[in-house]
Design a protein around this ligand. Structure first.
Ligand code: BTN
Length: 327
């Protein structure tokens, strides 16, 4: 853990909220002058830290910027997800950044956030708007010991982790639309882009890209998206700390990835089925030029959608675009 992360952790966990320069200096084995210099640096990043000659330092507020040390210090104990956190001010796409890190051999669990993306992308080659400081745009690297066909399990696990994190953080219940959309009041608030590098029978690595629209106002979405996209702020009427939400999302992802690698996909699938609005509906799935119409029945063991077609066949759908058919 970096010195900044250790200072922030100590300030956050101090009994009574205050910790003396002497205690910090002893704990971190650096001089009081060095502590003071780090505190000044944190202040310049927007952390408000009071200093009292008798009591010591107290963290009174943290800025709504993403700061790797801060995220790490808030995360607490995790197994895999978030053990390496990097924050970029601007990137093309965090999935591209992570792809490069993956090829360089970075360990699974690494996460790259960007304050903004110039070429954020969504599924099926769509563009993903990533305005500065308004949402969470990040990619997670995983190296699961899995068959490529099971990749959808990771998207399903990510979906329930996001849904739970949003509920725990903002107190609102969202729904899941297969395969990867998180909806609030019927409009999309978050999406998942899973990209894979695999050999015939095993996954080399998976990059899970997540976009969550957090603090955009209604007028900040392009007109053509306003009926289908939303943000947490629009739905709840208040702005949210992106850093706190990011930490909750990473914790939930860590929990669900743990369940998945422990072979407990069944529990994940059940939770997903409880919150998925696609199931039970008559849907039209578009995969390239193909259209398949049928009733969405359940998830397969691999995480694919099982669709009962008009001809009574059970089709296994791995990807595509889902439209709900009006009754
Ligand atoms: C979708 O719903 O189509 C998926 C959207 C995924 C967007 C995220 S933002 C972070 C990561 N980087 C990207 O370029 N895309 C994903």
């Amino acid at each position: 853990m970096s010195i900044d992360a250790q200072i922030l952790t100590a300030l956050r966990s101090a009994p009574g909220g205050t910790v003396s320069g002497a205690e910090l200096s002893q704990k971190l084995s650096i001089s009081r002058a060095a502590i003071w210099a780090r505190i000044e640096d944190l202040r310049s990043l927007g952390y408000e830290i009071e200093a009292s000659p008798h009591l010591g330092y107290r963290l009174t507020s943290a800025p709504d910027v993403l700061h790797a040390d801060d995220l790490f210090s808030r995360l607490g104990k995790i197994r895999v997800v978030g053990r390496d956190i990097r924050v970029f001010q601007e990137t093309t796409s965090t999935n591209d950044v992570m792809e490069k890190l993956a090829r360089d051999g970075v360990k699974e669990g690494a996460v790259a956030f960007a304050e903004s993306q110039t070429k954020g992308r969504g599924r099926l080659g769509r563009k993903w708007m990533s305005p500065t400081g308004k949402g969470l745009w990040f990619s997670l690297l995983l190296r699961p010991d899995m068959h490529p066909q099971q990749t959808t399990q990771l998207t399903v696990a990510t979906g329930i982790a996001l849904r739970r994190a949003i509920e725990m953080h903002a107190g609102v219940r969202s729904d899941i639309k297969w395969p990867n959309d998180i909806l609030l009041n019927g409009r999309k608030v978050a999406g998942i882009l899973t990209e894979l590098s695999a050999e015939l029978d095993h996954i080399k690595y998976v990059i899970i890209g997540v976009g969550i629209d957090v603090n955009q106002g209604a007028g900040e979405f392009p007109i053509e998206l306003r009926s289908v996209a939303t943000s947490l702020k629009i739905e709840t009427g208040k702005a949210w700390s992106r850093a706190a939400l990011a930490v909750e999302v990473l914790r939930q992802l860590d929990y669900d990835y743990g369940r998945l690698v422990a072979g407990r996909f069944q529990g994940i699938a059940e939770e997903w089925e409880q919150h998925c609005t696609t199931l039970g509906q008559t849907v039209v799935i578009r995969i390239g030029d193909r259209r398949i119409r049928g009733r969405a029945e359940s998830l397969s063991e691999d995480g694919a959608l099982l669709l009962r077609s008009e001809h009574g066949h059970l089709e296994t759908i791995m990807g595509g675009d889902v439209g709900i058919e009006k009754a």
